[in-house]
Write a protein of this length. Structure first.
Length: 347
């Protein structure tokens, strides 16, 4: 693999004691191009501007997908990535829906690992921090005809991050806007899914909430996702989460949490969950917890549900299910506990 190192590192510009989320991209990127029906050899180069012009296909037709994952500084100072093979699988699942050629596993894994090795000093050492990894695929031909691209680019950028949410969040149960419809691309990490959510999210924030709790497209009667996270509820001691469909992203954090919960003997139900059921549980006190699950948010307790002009408080106990799974995941990810599941890929 060709590696071109930057002559001017930006590492000194990062305040590792006050990391936000999503800003401060690392020094290098991995990039690989698809031309003439085949992927070429990937290379690592300094972070910089795209070479394409304004005819870039992805800008006009949204043929783009991405992933989100993290590398963690271990207690012994080494680095490990959480379940990277699952991200490779999901990236290609998303890409297939958007008619993007499959990226080979060796290109994905070798590019990811070598990029982390080169920018290893960008992996933070503080509590609740990580190096966020953003692999993505986009159409890179230059034409404005409404047809699939002929060329594609796979790239990875990275960024040191802290926690996305440092406090419990309040969510608005959405009754107008729709995130995804049956037969659509809701299960994929397609770029447009997120752009299409910005307006509803901004309106929710203006109403005093942190995020939107998405409902189904047909009736707005069933709960699906919480902003950019999968969602779970604890009702009368049972962990409930919406069953996967082609409208819901198959979260890797979600799957990991369900694995832990089942192994602990918790009662878990993956099924359709109605707005009416959860609102009634919030009213009668049987809703014991609610939380979001995702790579960026990890586990984010929800302490309020907004519905039809009312806000229903939700407990967020320090010794509840949300905190138990959050701490268990953190112990595995940072190397504080034995990785019985083989989830960590050590660099």
């Amino acid at each position: 693999m060709k590696v071109t190192k930057t002559a001017n590192s930006r590492l000194s510009t990062i305040d590792f004691n006050h990391l936000g989320f999503g800003a401060g991209l690392s020094d290098h990127v991995f990039i690989c191009e698809y031309k003439d029906g085949a992927w070429g050899e990937g290379e690592i180069q300094p972070y910089g501007a795209l070479k394409q012009g304004l005819g870039l296909h992805a800008l006009h037709y949204g043929q783009a997908v991405f992933e989100g994952q993290k590398a963690y500084r271990q207690t012994d100072g080494t680095i490990a990535v959480f379940r990277p093979e699952k991200n490779w699988e999901r990236l290609n699942k998303s890409g297939a829906r958007m008619l993007i050629p499959e990226i080979p596993k060796e290109i994905f894994m070798e590019g990811l690992i070598e990029l982390i090795r080169l920018d290893s000093e960008w992996v933070p050492r503080g509590a609740n921090t990580a190096l966020y990894l953003r692999p993505f695929l986009f159409a890179s031909s230059e034409f404005v005809a409404a047809r699939p691209s002929e060329e594609y680019t796979f790239a990875i950028v990275t960024s040191p991050v802290g926690e996305l949410y440092t406090q419990p969040v309040k969510v608005k149960i959405e009754q107008h806007f729709t995130r995804a419809a049956q037969g659509g691309v809701g299960f994929a990490k397609a770029a447009g899914n997120y752009g299409g959510a910005f307006l509803a999210t901004r309106k929710a924030v203006q109403d005093g909430f942190n995020q939107v709790l998405w409902t189904d497209h047909a009736e707005h009667a069933y709960l699906e996702e919480a902003g950019t996270m999968n969602v779970a509820f604890v009702v009368n001691g049972t962990l409930l989460t919406p069953a996967l469909s082609d409208r819901i992203l198959e979260g890797i954090t979600r799957e990991s949490i369900l694995t832990l919960a089942n192994d602990w003997g918790l009662q878990v139900e993956e099924r359709r969950i109605s707005v009416a059921e959860i609102v009634a549980a919030a009213k009668d006190g049987s809703l014991q917890e609610a939380f979001g699950m995702g790579t960026a948010a990890v586990v984010s307790p929800i302490d309020g549900l907004g519905y039809e002009g009312e806000i229903f408080p939700v407990p967020s106990p320090n010794d509840g299910v949300a905190m138990k799974v959050k701490n268990a995941l953190a112990d595995i990810r940072y190397g504080r506990a034995k990785d019985h599941y083989g989830w960590m890929r050590h660099i």
